[in-house]
Write a protein that binds this ligand. Structure first.
Ligand SMILES: NC(=O)c1ccc[n+]([C@@H]2O[C@H](COP(=O)([O-])OP(=O)(O)OC[C@H]3O[C@@H](n4cnc5c(N)ncnc54)[C@H](OP(=O)(O)O)[C@@H]3O)[C@@H](O)[C@H]2O)c1
Length: 246
């Protein structure tokens, strides 16, 4: 796989928004190892610098908050030419339909849908023809669960955005979306360890692969979305079989 991707990513400028943790960081590590020049971005510059220091080859850092449009515009203008844009940045809000505060719902829509939308739009003028944009949704889009209906709907919106943009930007850049199942990342760092371990075990027991995902496995999908020139408007389900489980 390494040799297959390496030829395509070598020397390319890959910008990863959300590259400071989880799947974004794993994508930064993989792309860097394949010879890409990688820029990682998110809100916290200190966190980004610590991540960049830990990656063997050089990664540059550019802080941005995708929910601040003016910030996104000035950040995008400083990127230079970009080959591939990957947007894994988001935050999620869980809660039953009748309990989830509207402000939490709005915050999630800002972080998970509007932020990535604005980011892709502002980076577009700097994206080279033939490049790509990769969004992130999540398995709930097509397999909702009680207590996460808002998140499921936002995931579905992200997938539709990717498909629509694949048409709208045809001939210019390819646009795809990765839909991960449950993956062990910093997204769950706020949970007590025991509860997190129990949740992972419970989800794992229902999956054909018998475990939750590793961020590196999602990075492989991101590399595929960036490099496969016949792929646009695709949703890549990388979910351990979540969609087909009983
Ligand atoms: N992990 C899972 O089980 C799972 C399952 C299904 C779908 N997904 C989706 O997959 C994607 C990646 O998830 P992950 O687990 O890798 O996430 P993660 O580890 O929580 O990383 C998310 C990153 O986004 C950044 N971020 C959050 N809000 C931002 C904003 N407004 N502007 C800029 N950066 C922002 C965070 O850094 P700062 O705090 O420094 O800004 C962080 O680096 C997300 O879209 C997530 O919803 C995850």
């Amino acid at each position: 796989m390494k040799t297959q991707f390496a030829d395509f990513l070598n020397g390319k400028h890959v910008v990863i928004v959300g590259g400071g943790s989880g799947m974004g960081r794993a994508t930064a590590e993989l792309a860097t190892s394949l010879g890409a020049k990688v820029t990682i971005a998110s809100r916290n510059a200190d966190k980004l610098n610590a991540v960049a220091d830990g990656i063997e080859l050089h990664v540059s850092v550019a802080a941005v908050d995708t929910t601040n449009e003016a910030n996104v515009k000035s950040w995008a203008a400083g990127l230079g030419e970009v080959d591939h844009l990957v947007i894994s940045a988001s935050s999620a809000a869980h809660g039953a339909f009748t309990d989830l505060p509207t402000d939490d719902l709005r915050g999630m829509i800002e972080a998970k849908f509007i932020g990535p939308y604005v980011t892709a739009r502002e980076v577009l003028p700097f994206l080279k023809k033939g490049g790509s944009v990769t969004f992130f949704s999540g398995v709930l889009s097509r397999r909702p669960s009680a207590g996460a209906t808002g998140l499921a709907a936002v995931n579905a919106a992200v997938e539709t955005l990717a498909k629509g943009l694949a048409l709208e930007l045809a001939g210019r850049v390819r646009v795809n979306c990765i839909s991960p199942g449950m993956v062990d990342t910093e997204a769950y760092a706020g949970m007590p360890e025991e509860a997190r371990t129990e949740m992972f075990a419970q989800v794992a027991s229902g999956l054909p692969v018998g475990r939750v995902g590793d961020a590196g496995e999602i990075a492989q999908a991101a590399a595929l979305a960036m490099t496969n020139t016949f792929m646009t408007g695709s949703i890549l389900d990388v979910d351990g079989g979540h969609l087909v489980r009983g």
